[in-house]
Design a protein around this ligand. Structure first.
Ligand code: ARG
Length: 504
């Protein structure tokens, strides 16, 4: 074999190995990355083993089969799907997405594949909500970025709480934190019928008429392929089989096309446009920043009090007391803050209700409790290490001067230890400030959630999240400046120098 032939042989072998390892079957056409938010049964959800299932999943697989392509499903948050399509991170999305005129300005839709509509869910014992018109001045939970959220925005005096997924919004209703949920009717009804939503009923079953479509980027070459597959599946009876499997009924007639105007290319681009989008969003983001600051300051103050106590208990002479403090630190440092937030906000009221008493937590209170319990664990370690870092000679010297143990701590050890604690406390403050963004999962409208809400409206993910990042950066830079000032002020040498300068 010549050297050239050998190299060619190597190339062929490695290419085929690559194809095999990627699971690509060259005869089965191309692979499309298809986004879905699998928390929307019976359309798209995960089985107990984590496998994707549901009407949309079966349908997409059938379409792929009919049009000879492969599907690689990717889970994405619902409000991230349109930005992902625009950015071409995914090729298509099947996520019970309603075909709307507004969305059609930035992405493209296939022909309709399902007829649905919104429904209002309320507590079975609620007599005063009888329909859409009685929702004025009520509290309503919705999934962020959905048509349900849009519908709720039009109600006068309404208070909206937006959640990342429909099940979380429904949980909020179960916990009696809101009066109603506006969500896609088939999903709410499915949850009620499967017994997952007890004590909830539906009023006004079809508030709107909506059609779901498979979404792609505008002018995507994959759209004709998808449409072709969908048409085939609709005509050869497979669509009916899948419908029957999930809804135990025969499907309604679907239109071949929806009459929505103004498709294609309304999304302008360019740097000036981007800047104007950020500027427009700025006032709202600043409001969010104020809420973030409020959350941070409250949690830091409580965390400092709790953390100092636990830190001192960690130094106790009594072993069992020491162990309790140790267990606290281990638990709150060793479990994700996000899990703690979910446990406190959704878990506690649910457990309380099962035990027979009614209790729910305000979101600010729940957020502050979770953040301060968590930061107390870290602060406890900072306090303990700070105190332990002061040489034993200091304590001995003050005792020989006749100071009591409390006085020794108060006048000798703590002031010195505190100086050493400032830099790590500054770190803790800054991470807490950023961690407040996790509270957005309970629908709390701090800085990040304000940004998400804007993106759900204008689909300009990059600009808005860049704006959010800049505001966070300003907040953290300001706080680190403040901590440097405090550190300098607490430094006796620097303070003396400044004093001397002022005397001159
Ligand atoms: N049909 C509604 C909409 O398009 C809700 C869809 C939510 N889908 C989901 N997988 N969570 O806005």
């Amino acid at each position: 074999m010549t050297q050239f032939a050998f190299m060619r042989w190597c190339l062929v072998v490695s290419l085929s190995l690559l194809l095999v390892s990627c699971g690509v079957n060259p005869s089965a056409g191309k692979t499309l990355r298809v986004a879905t938010e699998p928390a929307f049964p019976p359309f798209e959800f995960q089985g107990t083993g984590g496998e994707l299932q549901g009407f949309s999943i079966d349908l997409m697989n059938a379409i792929a089969n009919a049009a000879n392509f492969q599907v690689n499903f990717l889970s994405l948050p619902f409000d991230g799907i349109i930005p992902a399509l625009q950015g071409k991170t995914v090729d298509a999305a099947i996520s019970s997405m309603t075909i709307t005129e507004e969305r059609a300005k930035t992405i493209a839709f296939s022909r309709p594949y399902f007829k649905a509509g919104l429904a209002i869910a309320i507590h079975a014992d609620n007599q005063n909500i009888t329909g859409f018109d009685s929702l004025q001045n009520k509290k309503i939970a919705v999934q962020i970025g959905t048509t349900g959220a849009k519908k709720a925005q039009g109600i006068p005096g309404v208070q909206i709480r937006s959640f990342d997924s429909a099940p979380l919004a429904l949980q909020e209703l179960l916990n009696r934190n809101v009066d109603a949920v506006i969500n896609d009717a088939p999903v709410t009804l499915y949850a009620i019928n499967t017994g997952n939503l007890q004590g909830i009923k539906v009023v006004e079953q079809l508030l709107t008429e909506e059609y779901y479509g498979i979404a792609t980027a505008q002018n995507s070459p994959n759209l004709p392929l998808i449409n072709q597959g969908l048409t085939k599946v609709l005509n050869n009876g497979i669509y009916n089989q899948i419908y029957q499997k999930w809804f135990k009924a025969t499907p309604p007639q679907l239109p071949a096309k929806l009459a929505i105007g103004n498709q294609n290319g309304a999304g302008t681009s360019g740097i000036f446009n981007s800047i104007s989008i950020i500027l427009q969003a700025f006032p709202t983001l600043l409001w969010g920043a104020l809420v973030t600051l409020q959350l941070t300051v409250l949690s830091v103050v409580l965390g400092l009090v709790g953390g100092s106590l636990i830190g001192i208990i960690r130094l106790s002479h009594i072993a069992s007391v020491r162990w309790i403090a140790r267990a606290y630190v281990d638990f709150f440092r060793g479990t994700p803050l996000l899990v703690q937030i979910f446990m406190i906000y959704f878990g506690l009221p649910a457990v309380a209700q099962e035990l027979g008493f009614n209790f729910n937590l305000d979101r600010l209170v729940a957020g502050v409790i979770a953040l301060s319990l968590n930061s107390a664990a870290y602060i406890a370690e900072i306090v303990r290490a700070g105190i332990q870092s002061i040489e034993i000679g200091q304590a001995e010297a003050s005792q020989s001067l006749g100071l009591s143990p409390v006085q020794t701590m108060r006048y000798v050890i703590f002031p010195q230890a505190f100086r050493r604690m400032i830099p790590p406390l500054g770190n803790e403050f800054i991470s807490l400030l950023k961690d407040t963004s996790l509270v957005s999962v309970i629908g709390f409208e701090e800085l990040l959630r304000k940004g998400q809400l804007i993106v759900a409206d204008n689909y300009r993910a990059f600009e808005i999240y860049a704006g959010v990042a800049v505001v966070y950066l300003c907040l953290t830079l300001l706080s680190s400046q403040a901590f440097s000032k405090l550190e300098a002020w607490m430094n006796p040498v620097q303070r003396q120098k400044k004093y001397d300068r002022e005397l001159k």
